[in-house]
Design a protein around this ligand. Structure first.
Ligand code: BES
Ligand code: MN
Ligand code: MN
Length: 462
């Protein structure tokens, strides 16, 4: 991979400029007023795939946002790597909390990224990380050092639950035939502590609606006499966790796979400081399920969190009112072997059962996704480990992540393929938050590491 490395070094500036151009397209998948930009982003990306020498490049329309595909088949008898990523981004809101325009990237140094970080929505999640693959493949093709076949599939709906990608994968099994799936859409521990994500949590996401009286009421005339849906909703939500941080929904933990003491001891070896964690978030103390460390709570244990809660009067000043309705959005992060459909069911029936007389409850399920794990003794993991070792000079640590990429479990089910998660982001990169950024170091390090994966994976599987 010597020529590849040289090519990367000679084209660093351009690689960065091209990413910046991609970041200027506001491809927000959740908001339909951005859909022209989402389509445009797919188009620009596909042009880039053509320009680096991929064949069969196509923008596949879906019921939602399009999927961009391209491939380079050098020899059908060689292994094939299928790269997955997403070009859609989360909404940038709240805009007033950004120090610069979320869609006009700027490079600024930070404490953690002294060599500079790119500030823009999607810089880390996932345009920056996805584009590392495009540039790494370009470098290998141009240097004539691509050791195997590669297929790239970049979707535009990951941030809204990948609703149409599952269908595409089911219908395009031939097109997507491969030996491994490679994804950079996760993080690592620190720039001097490389790690590989070996697990993702699943997700069950619901909205609940409580209805009390048939109209908003004067809180003086009716207060104290009728059930206030917001008060009731608060009671109901707080009863979902006990004083030990255990979720009280019957059946919730039934399928949870617990880790052996050895596995937990192994996990605890990863460098982690609870104090620094608190300091970074400006909190006095961490909080969670009794008997588990912060790292465990955030990765190998299931959780339940309110993501939003509203109802009644929230405008300026005071309005004395008992609302007719109250709402909340609730997410449950799931671990192996919890089934999102079953969890949504036990949630719904429990939540309906604890509602007192005087309110009516409707639970609406949103997207979900299954958890996933990558075994450390697989060829894919070994190849990734060798690749990090070459570029970082250190053996990476296996880490289970708390986030979700629902399509990973789908890949396994539909294509029978395991996914290797080579993420280069940091938790402090503020993905989904204002001032999202991605280290310039991380961007280049990713581009440098990826070709080593190709080399090792090809060697290990032939
Ligand atoms: N890239 C993230 C997931 C992620 C980030 C996993 C960091 C591990 C480490 C992805 O884009 C994402 O945000 N997923 C959503 C789920 C989706 C269904 C909206 C999530 O985890 O909330
Ligand atoms: Mn992502
Ligand atoms: Mn995301």
């Amino acid at each position: 991979m010597n020529k590849t490395k040289l090519f990367i070094n000679e084209n660093k500036e351009r690689f960065l400029d091209e990413l910046m151009a991609l970041l200027r397209i506001p491809s927000v998948s959740a908001d339909s007023s951005f859909s022209k930009n989402v389509e445009n982003c797919a188009e620009v990306l596909s042009q880039n795939l053509i320009s680096i020498g991929l064949s069969n490049v196509k923008v596949y329309p879906t019921m939602g946002h399009p999927i961009v595909y391209g491939e380079k088949i050098i020899d059908p008898s060689l292994p094939t790597i299928l790269v997955y990523g997403h070009y859609d981004v989360q909404p940038a809101d709240p805009l007033e909390l950004w120090d610069s325009d979320p869609f006009d990237p700027v490079i600024k140094p930070t404490d953690i990224h002294p060599e500079g970080a790119i500030f823009a929505r999607g810089s880390c999640d996932d345009k920056g990380q996805m584009f590392m693959h495009v540039k790494a493949v370009e470098a290998m093709i141009d240097s004539e050092e691509l050791p195997c076949n590669v297929k790239l599939m970049i979707e535009g709906e990951e941030e809204v639950g990948s609703a149409n990608l599952g269908e595409f994968v089911k219908n395009q099994k031939d097109l997507l035939k491969a030996d491994i799936i490679l994804v950079s859409d996760t993080g690592m521990l620190a720039n001097d502590t490389p790690s590989i994500t070996t697990g993702l949590r699943g997700l069950s996401y619901v909205e609940v609606e409580l209805t009390g009286p048939n109209r908003d009421l004067h809180s003086g005339l009716y207060g104290g006499c009728v059930a206030n849906p917001i008060n009731i909703l608060c009671d109901m939500i707080s009863s979902l966790q006990d004083e030990n941080g255990k979720i009280t929904i019957p059946g919730f933990y039934d399928q949870v796979l617990t880790l052996s003491q050895e596995e937990r001891t192994e996990m605890a070896k990863a460098p982690f400081s609870n104090d620094e964690y608190c300091k970074a978030l400006d909190i006095d103390e961490t909080k969670g399920e009794l008997g588990f460390s912060t790292m465990e709570r955030g990765s190998i244990r299931p959780t339940l969190d309110v993501n939003g809660i509203w109802g009644g009067y929230t405008g300026e000043g005071a309005k004395t009112v008992i609302p007719s309705k109250a709402y909340a959005k609730i997410s449950m992060r799931l671990v192996p072997n919890q089934d999102p459909i079953q969890i949504t069911q036990v949630f719904s029936s429990h939540f309906e059962s604890i509602a007192p007389k005087g309110v009516r409850v409707v639970v609406t399920p949103y997207h979900g996704g299954e958890p996933a794990v990558t075994p450390v003794d697989s060829i894919g993991y070994k190849a990734a480990s060798e690749a990090y070792e070459k570029s970082f000079g250190k053996k990476p640590i296996p880490i289970r992540s708390g986030g979700s990429i629902p399509i990973v479990a789908m890949f396994e089910k539909e294509l029978g393929l395991k996914t290797v998660l080579m993420g280069f982001g940091l938790d402090s990169d503020a993905i989904h938050s204002p001032n999202e950024h991605y280290g310039v170091f991380n961007y280049y390090k990713g581009i440098e590491t990826i070709p080593y994966f190709y080399e090792s994976f090809t060697k290990l599987s032939t």
